[in-house]
Design a protein around this ligand. Structure first.
Ligand SMILES: [Zn+2]
Length: 323
């Protein structure tokens, strides 16, 4: 459950039961002065129990501990409020903080999803059981807002905040230049592909993501400490694989739309996914949701590239087609 990765640096595997991600990696930098916890797990009992126990066995004094949250998703931010003390700083990017403040967020998303073809009967359940809705902290956290390039120092670690939008608008990695170490959050993962998705067709998160990958590509990194699964050594190689993955996805979508216009939901149903399921109808609802978000991000990217266009028809449904 706890691994010592280097002097002063520990990894806690926080379980995410019944979630294909399996676990979130929380990292602890323990120093003689203040400690830093990077990402926390979801706001749910299974995560609380493991984090409480791990921090206790590492003898982490919460009054002397700060938090860095790579992005707004519940599996990273979930326990920040619960674990922090009145003396803790919780570092977080402004762009993601803004999203947490959007009023009626889920109602807006729900309206968008319907317009994009997500079937009504499934929609309410998909939102009700969405981990972001179920396992996010109930109360607002007073964040210490960070900016790109800001350096946070904990013991031997001089951590540069590296704004890497894509997975979320405010996603931020931490880079230790001297140690050549990157805490990558969900920007770079090894065994799975980071989910790049949106429900807002005016955004273009995939373009941002590809740019953010480029940004890291040229940096010297010997170790990537990701938000999920195993530690990576070949950062550049993995970035090339991720770039290739999205290129293939984009090509697949162009092929799917070759003959006729389709909704994002219809496109997602025809894309190939790694999930073990007989067909799209049998897909777990939450996975359908993430798949569709990913389809929209790619559709939008291709649209900005001038290869697709979308049209809102009279039935208030948005279709994409080749240009
Ligand atoms: Zn995550």
């Amino acid at each position: 459950m706890i691994k010592e990765l280097a002097p002063q640096l520990y990894q806690i595997e926080v379980p995410l039961p019944k979630n294909p991600l399996k676990a979130t990696n929380s990292y602890v930098i323990k120093t003689a002065q203040r400690n830093l916890v990077i990402d926390t797990g979801m706001f749910r009992e299974e995560c609380k129990r493991v984090m409480d126990k791990a921090l206790e066995s590492l003898e982490i004094d919460r009054e002397m501990t700060d938090f860095f949250i790579t992005h707004l998703h519940a599996d990273h931010l979930g326990l920040a409020g619960y674990l922090s003390s009145g003396n803790s700083r919780v570092y977080f990017h402004r762009r993601d903080a803004t999203i947490l403040e959007v009023p009626n967020f889920w109602e807006t998303i729900s309206r968008r999803a319907r317009q994009l073809g997500f079937p009504g009967p499934e929609l309410d359940q998909a939102i009700r059981t969405h981990p972001g809705k179920k396992f996010s902290p109930a109360e607002a956290i007073p964040f210490d807002l960070i900016t790109d390039g800001q350096v946070l120092t904990f013991g031997d670690y001089h951590l540069e905040c590296l704004h890497t939008p894509g997975h979320t608008p405010g996603h931020t990695c931490l880079y230790e230049r001297r140690k050549k170490v990157l805490f990558s959050g969900d920007h770079i993962l090894g065994d799975i592909t980071p989910n790049i998705s949106t429900w807002f067709v005016e955004e273009n998160p995939l373009a941002q993501y590809l740019e953010s990958l480029d940004r890291v590509f040229y940096m010297e990194v010997d170790r990537v400490y990701p938000g999920h699964r195993s530690v990576l050594k070949n950062c550049r190689g993995r970035i090339q694989e991720l770039l290739q993955h999205h290129r293939q996805r984009a090509e697949e979508i162009l092929y799917i739309l070759e003959k006729e216009k389709k909704t994002a939901y219809q496109v997602a149903a025809e894309m190939s996914w790694d999930i073990v399921s007989e067909n799209w109808e049998m897909f777990p609802l939450n996975q359908k949701w993430f798949a569709m978000g990913e389809a929209i991000a790619h559709l939008r990217y291709l649209e900005v590239q001038g290869l697709l266009e979308n049209r809102l028809l009279q039935d208030d449904t948005l279709y994409w087609q080749r240009r």
